[in-house]
Design a protein. Sequence first.
Length: 94
Amino acid sequence: MSKNKEIKLLSIGNENETVSMAQQGNMQAFEHLVTLYEGYVYNLCYNVFYNTLDAQDCTQEIFVKIYKNINSFKFNYFEKEYKIEENVVVKIRH
């Protein structure tokens, strides 16, 4: 795949293509997904814990889970991420 094609696929709005690339082992694609969503994930975690350190730990755990389960993604990344976030936040909180 050409570098131009990769850059295009990694733009916002092409999450499904970017997830597909990450599923094929493209770390640049996964890193881009993290970059796109890390602020959102951190804010969600912070709004649960109201603590920077716990929010950072929660954010990291969510992206580790997403990375470990990247091959099970069958729909929009954001939707899948949100479901994983809910599960992780509930587990960490209790």
